[in-house]
Design a protein. Structure first.
Ligand code: HEC
Length: 276
């Protein structure tokens, strides 16, 4: 090759390489990672609803349903000292809700309906309107309540087990006696004053809910400390479906965690992104 042409090509190559390196090359990659600092309250409401569904269904089927077959009783007056019975599912939820209200976490939990057994559980105002919509579209509702200044999420509460249906239909104070399996019987309603929250505060909401489950469940197990019961269930790692047993809190909670942990992990992992 002609040396002049060779040098011209070489200089051309060096010039264009410099233009690439110093003018148009992308900036060097930084190896930093950051985690989203805030969660939308609605994402956390969804988590809570999932955990509450798992807890409620497990309690209704495996403790109330199977426990009754072992001779355990469940009563509206369960919290009274001389009543040797466990909480009905709705009162288990009420126990959780009361316990949350004793923490500094400003989270409210309520289970209501349009045809309640207990008249104070009837939805009112904007919640009644949103519940009427839920009856027709079967979708969860997320909205801001101007009157209370709180963000609200309402999730359908389904008749997921036969005891829900029979007990409500036959209850002496029922306002509807033709519920069937799969019906929306009411809605679990959550309220929180902020529309977003830090990772710490988000985890605190979940922890407050779990504290409520723990304290309510332990309050139930404490009933069996009374010695006058002659057929006390053995409390440990077995379930009423296996005989005269009741799971201790750890066993109960492990079962719930197995159902919900993958979803919680995925919500947290979804919030991590690599920053270039
Ligand atoms: C053994 C009886 C019994 C069983 C089982 C039962 N409930 Fe209830 N439920 C009640 C009673 C009693 C209340 C009212 C408690 C209160 O607030 O004083 C209630 C309250 C409710 C409420 C609030 C509105 C209302 O009726 O006052 C909803 C919603 C509800 N239950 C749904 C369910 C679902 C869903 C299940 C099954 C997962 C279920 N219940 C299982 C007896 C029962």
């Amino acid at each position: 090759m002609n040396t002049r042409i060779f040098y011209i090509l070489l200089i051309g190559l060096i010039v264009s390489l410099n233009i690439y390196l110093f003018v148009s090359a992308p900036p060097p990659l930084e190896s930093s990672v950051s985690v989203k600092k805030r969660f939308a309250i609605n994402d956390i409401f969804e988590q809570l609803a999932l955990e509450n569904d798992a807890t409620r269904t497990l309690y209704t089927k495996a403790i109330v349903g199977a426990g009754k077959k072992q001779g355990l009783s469940f009563d509206e007056r369960w919290a009274e000292q001389d009543v040797h019975a466990g909480p009905l599912p709705a009162l288990f939820l009420r126990g959780i809700s009361n316990d949350i209200s004793e923490t500094e976490v400003p989270l409210d939990l309520f289970l209501g309906s349009d045809f309640p057994i207990e008249s104070s559980n009837k939805f009112k105002g904007i919640q009644a309107e949103k519940f009427a919509q839920m009856r027709s579209d079967k979708k969860s509702k997320f909205f801001f309540d101007e009157i209370t200044g709180k963000h609200i999420a309402m999730f359908p509460d389904y008749a997921s087990a036969m005891p829900c249906v029979t007990c409500h239909n036959e209850h002496e104070r029922t306002s509807k006696s033709d519920w069937v399996l799969g019906d929306i019987m009411g809605a679990t309603t959550w309220a929180y004053p902020e529309d977003s929250l830090s990772t710490d505060d988000a985890l605190k909401l979940i922890a407050a809910y779990r504290r409520g489950v723990k304290n309510t469940y332990l309050q139930y197990l404490k009933k069996f400390d009374a010695t006058e019961l002659n057929s006390k269930p053995e409390i440990g790692n077995k379930w009423p479906s296996q005989g005269n047993f009741l799971p201790d809190y750890e066993t109960f909670s492990d079962s719930v965690q197995k159902l919900v942990s993958p979803a919680i992990l995925s919500t947290v992992l979804k919030s991590i992104y690599v920053q270039n």
